[in-house]
Ligand binder design. Sequence first.
Ligand code: BDR
Ligand code: CA
Length: 310
Amino acid sequence: MKFIIDTDPGTDDAVAILIALAHFTDDELLALTTVSGNVNVDVGTRNALRILEHSNRNNIPVYKGEATPLSRDLLTAEWVHGTDGLNGVEFPEPSKSEEPLGAVDYITHLLQKNSQEKITICVLGPMTNIGKVLIQNPELAENIEKIIFMGGGAGFGNHTPVAEFNVLVDPEAAKIVLNSGVKLVMMGLDVTHQAISTKERLNKILETGTVTGQHIVGLMSSLAELDVVKEKFPDGTPVHDAFVTAYLVDNTLTTGELTNVEVEVDSDLTLGQTVVDTNHISGRNKNVFWMNKVDDNKLFEIIKNTASKI
Ligand code: BDR
Ligand code: CA
């Protein structure tokens, strides 16, 4: 398998990237591409480089992506992830810079070049980069093995009553991806809210005795301490983006069903809502494998193994 991670790091993005680094080689994980979302793309790109530096994997290239959504003002979430995007967790200064090529051009060239071997794309943030690639070259959809994305939810949101953050930031990009014909796997709030970083799980990660373990616990704890998170999840925090890369490690992590998913791009009230046809009543094209159940112990086992491997 060959894959890239498109990300807006981000505390849970950092956990997801570490999972990938612990379980896949440089021949498999080809690059990190960044996008504005949780933080501005400049801050997020630096974080991607910091995470690679910590993991002694800075030979993996980082390509900086889009600074703003396709047709809207940027919405960020520093109030969740801190102004540094990693809530003060001490990843080292990067000794390398991002590549000169932009993420959209890199992904385009990669998909053109690898037409024999299809590429999997893990999307952990707003879909701006991928949306732009597919607007410019819709035929490249055929060279994507699948897109596994963290985003959306069936009937509820986390940034508005009905919209999840990644989809809300760039609903037009999400619409392009949902209608692209690419095989899509959706890790939405439906599954991410089912796996919580309890104290017991954090302790098991700390027992690995590694700096990576401390960092992962630091990243998760910083979210668990937010008032809004505490109110809904008194025992810990969901680790949204980790689902995407943990699923690459073990695809029995989640189960779900193929159904239609569309996104609202017009309404002020429900902007960014993913409309998931949970009862299969729309008659519309079944475009997404929508995940709705998770083996939560498995997720935290993968995270613990990550801590011991880096
Ligand atoms: C998603 O939004 C971001 O804040 C997280 O990194 C995750 O990708 C959860 O809604
Ligand atoms: Ca993210």
